[in-house]
Structures are given as C-alpha cells and as structure tokens.
Design a protein. Sequence first.
Length: 258
Amino acid sequence: MIDTGHLYGNLSSYYDLFCAGVDYTAQCEFAHRAFQCFALTSGQRYLDLACGTGPHIESMQGYGYACTGLDNSQNMLQMAQLRCPEADFVLANMVDLDLENCVDLASCFLYSIHYNHPLTSLRQTLAQVYRALVPGGIFIFDTVDIRGITSRHFVSSEAEHQGHQLRFRSGWTYAGEGDVMSLHLTVADEYQGQVSQWQDVHTMAAITIADLQQWLQDCGFEVTLLEHDFSCMQQWQGKSYNVLVVAQKPALQTGIEQ
C-alpha cells in the first residue's frame, strides 16, 4: 500500500525516530551562543519556526528562554505540547506569523525556511519575522544555495519501534532553472511481513544566498553569514553552498528595548 501526501501529519508519532540523527542540542547551543554574541537585547523570548515536535523548544527552555513554537501540523504541535507543557504553540504557516516587537531570538533550522514558496511568501515571512523581533533581536536559520542542489542530497535512515521496521528516505531535487525545488519523502513500515509505504513531495523555494541576503537587508536586517558548522562561528568563505544566517534587527538609537 502506498499513501501519497500528508506524511508529516500521518506519521508524526514516528518523526522523532526518523530524526534521531539530528543533533538538536548542538543546534541550540549554537543558537544560544549566537544570541550572546549578536543580540542587543537582554530579553529571552524565543520563537521557533517550523518547530515540529518541539526538540528545539525543549533545549532552549534549558537555557531559560520563554518559548513559543509555530508549525502548520496540528499533530506535531500536540506532541510538542506534551514534550514542553510550559511553552506556547501556534498552529499556522510561517508566512502568517502575526507578532510585533515581542521576540528576542527566532530560529528556523533544518532548512525549513525553504518551505516558504513562492518567493513572495518567503519575502513576506522574512518581513514578518523582522516585525516580530524587538530591536536588537536576532533571527537564525540555515539555508542552501540552489547551485548546490544535487542528487547527493538524498539521505536514508532506519529505525525499529515496537516490532515495526521503519525506513526513511528524503532528498531535494531541482530541475536546473526557476524558483522551485522539491523535497521528496518516502517512509516504509514493515510489520509482520506486511509493508506500508508513504510518499510525499513538498514544493520548496529555490534561492541563492546572494538573493536571500539582499531580501533580508531590504527588510532592515543586518546580516552575518557563517559556515554551516554548529561547533563554531566561522565567517562564510563563499565556497560552500550551505550557510548559517544570523540576521539582526538593529537596536533603537534611543536605547535598547528590553
């Protein structure tokens, strides 16, 4: 049996198993260090875009942040609320973010910024994040330049859960032109000799790092590009296609908003 579409909603209970290899702790340690280095606000209000089941929220709470997560999957948010009962969660697409001057640190990891398609939605999301941040606050996310998309980006993993053998495969494809790339997801569940399979394709925004940097600056951000390495903060050398973006909303001239 092959089920097409709605994979995140249908298999939200397995999501953490598929992402067992993701080092959420390292990503959050990086976000906290970056906040200490770049932010010009002493507040600790944190917003995680595309928060999924809440692993980033859980880690950031350990640093003392008051956390809010946003995701467009109700099933994911239900699991996130169980994981982090003290956090707030919002069911919405990123482009529909509606906050103003109330966030000190925002993040969007796992390349989820690319879910904002078409590019008009991406630009609106960047503007909405700028609006949500207090002066001196920062937005941290990772991105891939479309020139770096190849078939080598397909990755596979396996997990066992209550007698189920699960196989997960994901990867990007790009036709070579235009502003659309695709994220292909496949999950196979083998249990007692029977195999169920889910397939899903997500339309993603295909962008260049240069264009993204310009759009951030158009919003008013001051932009720092770093190598995609969560263990350090190294200035991007312009040779790799993956970067970590630190975008700061400038502080008020008359003082820093707390």
